[in-house]
Design a protein around this ligand. Structure first.
Ligand code: SF4
Ligand code: FES
Length: 241
């Protein structure tokens, strides 16, 4: 009987996928880390951040939205792609106001961890110091738009996992921001601290009140291991068993 598994390569390593899987999903299962920020395993792909861009048969494609196909030759860790990823992350830093040393999310922040993984020291673009607002109206949750990277995880999680549709984007270009669907304030919504949307923000833009530093610095997700290690280690562990 013929197998319906899809076979392709990433940086010369053979990877198999099930029909319908994206390149990112197949790479994860194979223990190959493709950097990403807007993708999340519980959410439908959105294709916003472009960090996951890989070369597919010589053409750039977002790994999180592109279905795996037989015979694809994919490049992931090339100098050019890594520099492209650095540039995107640097833009995210200068377009917002990210003061890592004061941020409760430091050590658990995917943007900060990505910058470390990509060895970013100083952004090549000038800081824009935009004027962004904070919504502290909700009794248990706060939104600091200074740290938002417009990944739409909260939008998708609230709509698709919480069945609430609390968030949307408003504005364009530099004015684009995550907004509240009902009126202007988070306290006007039925968002709850137990919602998936509360926990799914990759940065410190949506945080729970009164929980700051419950996990001490030094014991946080990326304090000792780079982002993506969980995916790479799962493969290494499987091979040693
Ligand atoms: S608030 Fe967080 S989850 Fe929502 S778009 Fe901004 S960075 Fe993404
Ligand atoms: S992770 Fe693919 S575009 Fe953001």
């Amino acid at each position: 009987m013929m197998s319906d598994r899809i076979t392709f390569t990433i940086d010369g390593v053979e990877v198999q996928a099930d029909p319908g899987q994206t390149i990112l999903q197949a790479a994860d299962a194979a223990g190959v880390y493709i950097p990403r920020l807007c993708a999340h395993k519980e959410l439908n792909p959105f294709g916003a951040c472009r960090i996951c861009t890989v070369m597919v048969n010589g053409r750039p494609q977002a790994a999180c939205t592109t279905p795996a196909a037989n015979g694809m030759i994919i490049e992931n860790e090339t100098e050019e792609l890594t520099d492209n990823r650095r540039s995107i992350v640097e833009m995210l830093f200068v377009e917002g106001n990210h003061y890592c040393m004061y941020c409760e999310k430091s050590g658990n922040c995917e943007l900060q961890a990505m910058a470390y993984r990509l060895s970013i020291m100083v952004p090549r673009h000038p800081y824009q110091f935009p004027d962004k607002d904070i919504d502290g109206s909700h009794p248990d949750i706060m939104i600091d738009r200074n740290r938002c990277i417009l990944c739409a995880r909260c939008v998708r999680a609230s709509r698709d996992l919480d069945d609430k549709n609390v968030f949307q984007f408003v504005g364009r270009g530099k004015e684009k921001k995550v907004w509240i669907n009902s009126e202007a304030k988070l306290s006007d919504t039925d968002m709850d601290v137990t919602d998936k949307a509360t926990d799914i923000c990759p940065v410190g833009a949506i945080i729970k009140k009164r929980t700051g530093y419950e996990i001490p610095i030094g014991q946080r997700a990326y304090d000792h291991k780079p982002i993506g290690s969980d995916i790479e280690e799962a493969k290494a562990t499987a091979e040693s068993n």
